[in-house]
Design a protein around this ligand. Sequence first.
Ligand code: SAM
Ligand code: SF4
Length: 477
Amino acid sequence: MYDNNPTLEGVKTIDEARQGQVLFREQWDHTAVAGGKQFYIESYGCQMNFSDSEIVASILGEAGFTATRNLEDSDLILINTCSIREKAEETVRKRLRVFELMKKQRPGILVGVLGCMAERLKKQFLEEEKLVDLVVGPDAYRDLPNLIGSAEEGGRMVNVLLSREETYADISPVRLESNGITAFISIMRGCDNMCSFCVVPFTRGRERSRDPFSIVAEATALFENGYREVTLLGQNVDSYKWTNPETGERVSFANLLEMTALVHPDLRVRFSTSHPKDMTDEVLHVMARYDNICKYIHLPVQSGNSRILERMNRTYDRPWYEQRIAAIRRILPEAAVSSDIITGFCSETEEEHRDTLSMVEWADFSMSFMFFYSERPGTLAARKYADDVPEEVKKRRLNEVIRLQNAVSLRHNQRDIGRTFRVLIEGNSRKSDRDFCGRNTQNKMVVFPKKEGLKPGEYIWVKVREVSSATLLGEIV
Ligand code: SAM
Ligand code: SF4
């Protein structure tokens, strides 16, 4: 979803490297039974989608399938899709053409579309394009084995029903492409906010929170299996709420965060995404109380201008956002804050765009995911406002934001030179297997030469010597 932005060298956009990643787990290949069915799954979009693919893998594993990395070997090809921007949908369509060719060569195989594009485009996929056998929405994955069974008999199967209850709480996700150290845990699904630019409430349905005990159990099992960091995931984690049906006791996000932190002091806890309208001081105080809750908050501002924020229906204005940043600085002086930003939203003027630039500077974001506005059919903005900022202006503004954010990130990192951080070793660095990499509490990637006897999953102290806008380089002390 995040692949249509002109980026400058060294600038990160959300999960850019992961788009289209084939999720796979080495062990499965060896256990594949002769003659057993194999599935291939390609995923797009945000981390929620990647986590959903792990739920799908678990459901398919129970149904006797094993995962394969090779399209040519698969009996079932699945593509977990994203609708957040137009370009993401185009990419999926291109991949479907490739799968169509595979199907021509091996007519017995099945092709399925999962995720956010399912509801919106089911009719086109099944009736007009006729290249897809299964269309399954994000709340219907339990039905996959049934749907596959019927599709094998020649049917074209669809289930895009959205649920008010489904949280897949009882399904333990199969950790695919995992480093064995860090994992994501979905704590809620859907979204009840109606940001006018956003398609998520339509594709993923109403917000519902997962039973906290199943979340803590998942975190505990991960820790016992050697994992040392969990990220609690939701579109708006601050509005997590669960009521115990037996006792009536309520669990808020602050409570859940504390329950997860108590699993073990060596299990780091992160979370994403926070919404500025809901992020409470109570959450910040819980973060301050536990060393193992990382001092990092992803708090998307989207725009630095109050009129644009109102049109975006974000339900906060610039002073409110500034007041939330001030609370973070007061309660968690060490914390890094990052953001999502959209440029060229409907009717945005140059002056309003400059407010976004000044916000990046003022808020001192450690990094941002940056996008130009892409109108999505059915959203409030598509119905109410003209998409009237020309594409070249949106892109030029985006480039200005990226350039500034890059400079602000570099400055942020330069302040770390000479400081010593506790780092969780995640594995080899991307550039050299003589170096390890891992993150510090502020979610900054730290690269340092290996030392005999150390291995991924261990915590060490690293002194920072050099920085770029994206990475800290240092040595173990
Ligand atoms: N729930 C999170 C929140 O409210 O911040 C983010 C969810 S969305 C999957 C991730 C980001 O995609 C958003 O924060 C926004 O910046 C961007 N985005 C969403 N819809 C967009 C659109 N129509 N055009 C451009 N960017 C969009
Ligand atoms: Fe979309 Fe807004 Fe919900 Fe985030 S909070 S998923 S941007 S509607």
